[in-house]
Design a protein around this ligand. Structure first.
Ligand SMILES: [Zn+2]
Ligand SMILES: [Zn+2]
Length: 108
């Protein structure tokens, strides 16, 4: 998962804990690279625990858990994957596109 701000790829250090920060933003798990942690109000952009205000949140299957106090709340936004999978008409579109491809057959 790349940094949500600059898109940098995470590199694990040889020793010690990763300087990358995990958080949840708009009910999505995000990572913040060390560069983006410098001098930016990155914590202000992240979701905060409604109970203790911590940003050490973990997002998983429709819920957000606070690693500081253990509070779990339902994610307000449906994960993107589920939205597209459940979008009406999408499977029909895919099926139509597939049948078009199949009908055309190999062109090479
Ligand atoms: Zn970054
Ligand atoms: Zn909390």
């Amino acid at each position: 998962m790349p940094c949500y701000r600059c898109g940098a790829r995470q590199t694990d250090p040889d020793h010690g804990p990763s300087p990358w920060r995990r958080g949840v933003r708009e009910d999505r798990q995000v990572l913040i690279c060390p560069d983006c942690q410098n001098g930016l109000d990155w914590a202000g952009e992240l979701d905060h625990c409604t109970a203790c205000g911590s940003t050490t949140l973990v997002c998983r299957l429709g819920e957000v858990e606070c690693r500081t106090c253990g509070q779990v709340r339902a994610a307000e936004r449906t994960p993107e994957t589920r939205v597209s999978a459940g979008a009406p008409g999408l499977s029909e579109e895919v099926a139509a596109a597939l049948s078009r491809v199949l009908r055309r057959g190999p062109t090479t």
